[in-house]
Design a protein around this ligand. Structure first.
Ligand code: FE
Length: 361
């Protein structure tokens, strides 16, 4: 109705009341502006728009469940982490995105630094998410925990020979380690954690020792490293457990066979604990559906969604009240590093430079 009343065509007869074309143009412009203002509430209806760096099948079922429960529709745009961040930056205040979902704390910290997130205070989020797994000021929240232990060949390594990440730089492991490249944010975060614990000089010496023990030049993803261990190309690797979990339950027979040839060792049990990272999300600085985005965050941190992360994704629930999947439970309990994962982001640039100096390709 408003639109019809303000339509310049409808106004045509009244235009003659204005005697100059200048004032008519002015009236037209004013009408258009008014129409725009009135149209905003309709555009900002109840929905949530997500930019997600997580693969669609790893998040979609949860989002559908949220929509079913709340009647709030969700629009999902998936893409690479760096591209989504760049997009948020270039769209600025005009971004349609309300929530940014990523699979690494380093990425979330980068988003905070770029100014594309806003702080959220929520009693429910604080209750369900331990403080080590969320931004200290509430810019982002972890939703699942991923552990990066040592994965070794059952027939060539005895668990008694393993102890810490630090020990992997010892010359006993010369030519026996496969690791993904330094481009991997997972390795960058691992090194950032080492810097937080030991400082730069000690971490650099460690990284040089580790690189000297590589069985081959880094290539492939975490799954490829596990397969290389199973195939005898190397004796051990560092990989996120959900990749191994995915291989254990894979429909591909070869992946199942490879998974059966390796085992998980939880390093640093007596010291700093196992390196952990998170997948998580933050509400964007210019979210048009802020309240709905917070509702979705709270839903993802709540029992039902947390159980789904554990059972289907083979990730560790961020909520300590929820047990991990049977596959993960079979590998035993471990002591997780209690370092706030925000540190991994803060030290990311330093870690990348350090890995480069250490010759980690
Ligand atoms: Fe991954």
């Amino acid at each position: 109705m408003t639109a019809i009343l303000l339509d310049p065509q409808f106004l045509e007869p009244f235009m003659s009341l204005f005697n100059s074309s200048k004032s008519r143009t002015l009236l037209s412009v004013l009408c258009s502006l008014l129409m725009g203002l009135l149209a905003i509430p309709a555009l900002a209806g109840g929905e949530v728009n997500i930019y997600s760096a997580r693969k669609e099948d790893l998040i979609k079922p949860l989002l559908d469940d949220f929509s079913k429960q709340t009647g709030i529709p969700i629009n999902l745009v998936t893409g690479k982490e760096a591209e989504l961040l760049q997009r948020l930056q270039s769209e600025g205040i005009n971004t349609p995105a309300d929530l940014l979902l990523t699979s690494d704390a380093g990425r979330l910290a980068a988003a905070r630094q770029a100014g594309v997130l806003q702080t959220i205070q929520s009693a429910a989020l604080e209750k369900h998410i331990p403080s080590a797994y969320r931004d200290p000021e509430g810019y982002w929240y972890g939703l699942s925990v991923r552990a990066r232990p040592i994965i070794y060949a059952r027939d060539r390594v005895k668990p008694g020979e393993l102890s810490t990440y630090e020990n992997l730089a010892a010359s006993d492991w010369k030519g026996k380690i496969c690791v993904r490249s330094s481009d991997s944010i997972y390795n960058q975060s691992l090194v950032a954690g080492m810097i937080a614990h030991h400082g730069e000089a000690k971490t650099e010496a460690w990284a040089k020792g580790l690189v000297a023990n590589f069985a081959r030049s880094p290539k492939g993803g975490d799954r490829d490293q596990i397969k290389a261990v199973a195939a005898g190309e190397c004796d051990l690797t560092l990989a996120n457990t959900y990749y191994l979990g995915g291989m254990v339950t894979s429909s591909d027979q070869a992946e199942q066979v490879a998974a059966a040839q390796v085992a998980v060792f939880w390093p640093n049990a007596m010291t700093t604990g196992v390196h952990v990272n998170i997948s998580g999300a933050g509400v964007t600085a210019h979210a048009k559906n802020r309240d709905n985005a917070v509702k979705l965050l709270e839903f993802l941190a709540d029992d039902k969604a947390q159980r789904w992360y554990a059972d289907v994704n083979n990730e560790y629930p961020v909520n300590p009240a929820i047990p991990p999947s049977a596959t993960l439970k079979a590998w035993g309990e471990f002591k997780a590093d209690t370092l706030n994962v925000a540190k991994l982001g803060e030290l990311n640039a330093e870690a990348v430079k350090l890995m480069d100096r250490a010759g980690w390709k």
